[in-house]
Design a protein around this ligand. Structure first.
Ligand SMILES: Nc1ccccc1C(=O)C[C@H](N)C(=O)O
Ligand SMILES: [Zn+2]
Ligand SMILES: [Zn+2]
Length: 238
């Protein structure tokens, strides 16, 4: 029997791919939202014993996890969401040729092509190249896809775009579908260096007790090759 995620020892040649864009004052944020800003409050370059910065930022910056509280008045803040969804096997699907909201068909086709295995985490690539400036024209995640995935045991969907809903949405249907189905949301992932296929996702939000979102350091770890090829299809229902 092939070793599964969590049981392999770590020096098996697995590669870590950082899918977090850099965060600085020049990181784009939603128009009108609070940009990242920092100020030094204690300075080694002055007479202080330590350097300390103060930061101001929207929590929806770079790679980040949305909490249910972002779009539901009674939704859980990010510090009290379960962590399981943010860790574990994920399938990266290339949607760069797809028009509009990320939808079911490309996922079905990719799963089919890779051998039929659908893990509990789905990561959707919509940009051929991650934008370095704010981009109005991102694809959301279609509610249909979220329902389809939740029906098959899905617990997390991540996307490279800035939001699960198009920029002019007033109803936030993409976000609501996810929170209604208990599907965790990651946004702003930089997938430039990632091929379609199976990986281990690691992207934990911080324990901000009252916040609507948290930045994450998102990485994909390559699986032992026996796990990232179609030969293991159907063996696991992670
Ligand atoms: N409507 C907004 C108005 C102001 C600031 C952000 C938004 C968002 O929708 C953020 C986006 N949905 C996000 O989850 O990052
Ligand atoms: Zn967000
Ligand atoms: Zn969002």
């Amino acid at each position: 029997m092939v070793p599964r995620i969590g049981r392999h020892t770590g020096d098996s040649g697995a590669r870590l791919i950082d899918i977090s864009p850099p965060i600085s004052e020049s990181t784009p944020v939603w128009p009108g939202d609070t940009a990242f800003n920092r100020a030094v409050t204690s300075d080694l370059g002055g007479s202080d014993a330590v350097t300390i910065n103060r930061i101001t930022t929207t929590p929806h910056i770079g790679a980040h996890a949305d909490a249910p509280a972002h779009t539901r008045i009674d939704g859980a803040p990010i510090g009290s969401v379960p962590l399981g969804p943010y860790l574990g096997e994920a399938l990266v699907v290339d949607m760069t040729g797809v028009d509009g909201a990320a939808c079911i068909k490309p996922v079905e086709e990719t799963v089919e092509r890779l051998g039929g295995h659908l893990p509990q985490r789905l990561i959707l690539r919509t940009y051929p190249k991650y934008p370095s400036e704010w981009e109005n024209d991102f694809a959301g995640v279609s509610p249909d896809l979220t329902h389809w995935f939740a029906d098959r045991g899905g617990v997390l969907i991540g996307i490279d775009g800035a939001s699960f809903d198009p920029m002019d949405s007033k109803t936030m249907d993409g976000h609501h579908a996810a929170s209604d189905r208990g599907v965790a949301i990651l946004e702003g992932l930089c997938l430039d260096d990632v091929d379609e296929g199976y990986y281990e996702l690691i992207a934990l939000p911080l324990k901000f007790l009252d916040l609507d979102a948290s930045p994450v350091r998102a990485v994909l770890r390559t699986l032992p090759s026996s796990l990232s090829t179609p030969t293991h299809a159907g063996e696991e229902s992670s």
